[in-house]
Design a protein around this ligand. Structure first.
Ligand code: FES
Length: 260
């Protein structure tokens, strides 16, 4: 699917139609688990809603709870646990560069700086045209291809600032390999959370609860400096070495008889 930038205006939202479209998939998912384990279909049903609407709306969570006969609080607490679910309208491209240890050592600082500069946004913000939402994520479990990110939950590996430039240009042109999300509601400018009373965010030098102190923050940088200076006095430098060389993509291969 290719969507040109001018098509980023929100489509009129009709949740009843969306729920109807998702229902057959939900029934198939629920039926794929043993009787009494319908709850196991919760995450894929939420993904189905997100694929249909671009986000997991309160109505989607309520409908999921009803289909699974689970309390709404169970669905909400599950969805809120994962950065994979967008619980608010987001841009057509959800950009989530990793800011954790392997990625920081391999240059994620430059990647995040490039995104912030090119898009004019900060962590947890959406561009005014609604095209891009930006969130610096914790480890995405692709440390061997650092620095990496997810675009609409698809991985992009071995980032460089130049790669970021090319990526954004392709997205603006509607030619990027990862399709844009549907957008059934206009995203807000940001989704910062308010500071709760005097509660500290739990990281040194991090005054905002929106920056919980990952390695992209001051506390994480201090920790790396301490580790490399005191505990493990080694020279840390970016590397492109790989322990395992990726073979041809095999994930899509059909399951068949062994060749051996
Ligand atoms: S540190 Fe970035 S993927 Fe693990």
């Amino acid at each position: 699917m290719s969507v040109a930038p001018e098509q980023t205006a929100s489509a009129e939202r009709d949740f009843a139609t969306t729920a109807h479209a998702v229902e057959s998939e939900a029934r198939r998912l629920i039926a794929s688990y043993p009787r009494g384990h319908a709850r196991s279909a919760m995450l894929p049903i939420l993904h189905a809603f997100q694929n249909a609407e671009g986000w997991v709306s309160p109505e989607a969570m309520a409908q999921t709870a009803a289909w699974l006969d689970e309390p709404l609080s169970v669905v909400e607490s599950t969805a809120s646990f994962y950065t994979l679910f967008h619980r608010r309208p987001v841009g057509r491209y959800m950009l989530q560069p990793c800011r954790n240890l392997s990625c920081i050592i391999n240059g994620a600082g430059d990647i995040m700086a490039r995104f912030r500069e090119r898009l004019g946004v900060q962590h947890l913000e959406t561009t005014p045209d609604g095209l891009f939402s930006y969130e610096e994520a914790e480890c995405l479990a692709a440390c061997d291809r650092a620095p990496c990110m997810q675009v609409n939950l698809q991985f992009v590996y071995d980032l460089t600032p130049e790669k970021v430039d090319a990526m954004l240009e392709a997205m603006h042109a509607g030619t990027f390999a990862v399709p844009p999300l549907p957008q059934t509601a206009s995203p807000g400018r940001d989704w910062h959370v308010a500071q709760e009373g005097a509660k500290a965010p739990g990281a040194r030098g991090v005054p905002s609860p929106n920056d919980p102190g990952g390695l992209g923050d001051k506390s994480g940088v201090e920790m790396i400096e301490r580790l490399t200076r005191d505990a493990y006095p080694v020279r840390v430098r970016p590397t492109k070495e790989r322990l395992v060389v990726d073979g041809p993509a095999r994930l899509g291969s059909p399951i068949g008889p062994s060749e051996h």
